[in-house]
Design a protein around this ligand. Sequence first.
Ligand code: ADP
Length: 419
Amino acid sequence: MDDQNPLAMTHLAQLQQLRENNPFPEAGGEDSAILRELASIERPLLQTLLQECSYAASDVLFREGDPGNAMYIILAGQVVVIKGSFDAPTVLGYRGPGEIIGEMALLENAPRSASVIAMENLRLLRVNHEDFQVLLNNRPGIGRKIMAVLSARLRNTGNALDSSTQTRRQLTQQVSQLHTEKEHLLEMQRVRQETSDLIVHDLRNPLGVLYAVLDVLKMVLPEDVLNANQELLNIAEDARDRMKRLIDSMLDVARMEGGATALNIKPTDLNRLIEQIAKFSQLNTQRRQVTLRIAIPQPLPLILLDEAKIERVLANLTDNALKYTPQGGEIYISAILEASQVQVSVTDTGPGIPEGERQRIFERFAQVQGDHAARRRGFGLGLAFCKLAIEAHGGTIWVEPGPGEIGSRFTFTLPLNSA
Ligand code: ADP
């Protein structure tokens, strides 16, 4: 434990506020490569290398300028990485479960380039510089691999900087050659489309690997280890599923906009689908301390629909409600039967959507301008997918304020057809 605790809780609250206002950075891909190498070390040796430790919220793990003497793997809780004084810090990023901090200390005792502070109570695994040096001496093979990953990580950071500067320079040249504003916009749209097509293509394979590896892990890990790490697994599975939904939506939006709306229609139990979504969201509702309720006053009959697509519509709307609803808020999923249709609503107590934006947000890449939208990252694709999917079923989707003009209520209809 660090015995310094100079960070008043008010500063921590300010940092929390900063996090709310900043997009949350993604986990570095190389973190998993380091973890993979560590996981390949046999248990007894690994146990001499890894020490479990814990910190309380607002503890300082290390300060900028301190000698780098250990690397940490986060098991539970969040940290903030800052530069500069604690009174007016520059936030470099946040790290959470499954991520690594201070890894360069394994290579050298150089001073820390930033400070790291616990945002919440933390559970960590610590790898000391000295212990790692002993490992390097005794088991050069393992050490060499980890060193290779660490230096690749350094090189990647350098390359990413180089290539982004280079790409930026090329793009600036090209853009300056475009004369009219219309040409400029069309070009931007094309580049964005090409980029997203590439991303989708490149993401599908690693995602498949992720599904397989997580499943294998669940099969091979001893039960007590699984139970002790259930939260980490849940987080990984939840993130993996969200990523799959995003990729599927990107593909579906492109297909449906291109006129292909092949639906896989079969009689579906919408009651069960809604309950399933609520169940899958349980982890997030608990984590965000939000209440989720379902109201289906009259059981719904089987409806002819594309189950996978409507499930994703429901998941996107519930995910958004969760993203935008503050702690202590409520989400309410309801479904009512009308003469010739069923009407499903997802209502939240978030910031709501300004009147002028209520149609636009259903367009591809559209996001609400202004304060609250800046808080969350996203691609503005979820609602575009929902609209295309619902309209392909012959329904409509819209948004209005929730009861008492609080929050948002997203509603879609699906025609009732004899199933
Ligand atoms: P994103 O991935 O950006 O969330 P969506 O298409 O799902 O994309 O949503 C588009 C935009 O609509 C969001 O960026 C946000 O500005 C706004 N939005 C969506 N759902 C909500 C909500 N429940 N409350 C407030 N704003 C919302």
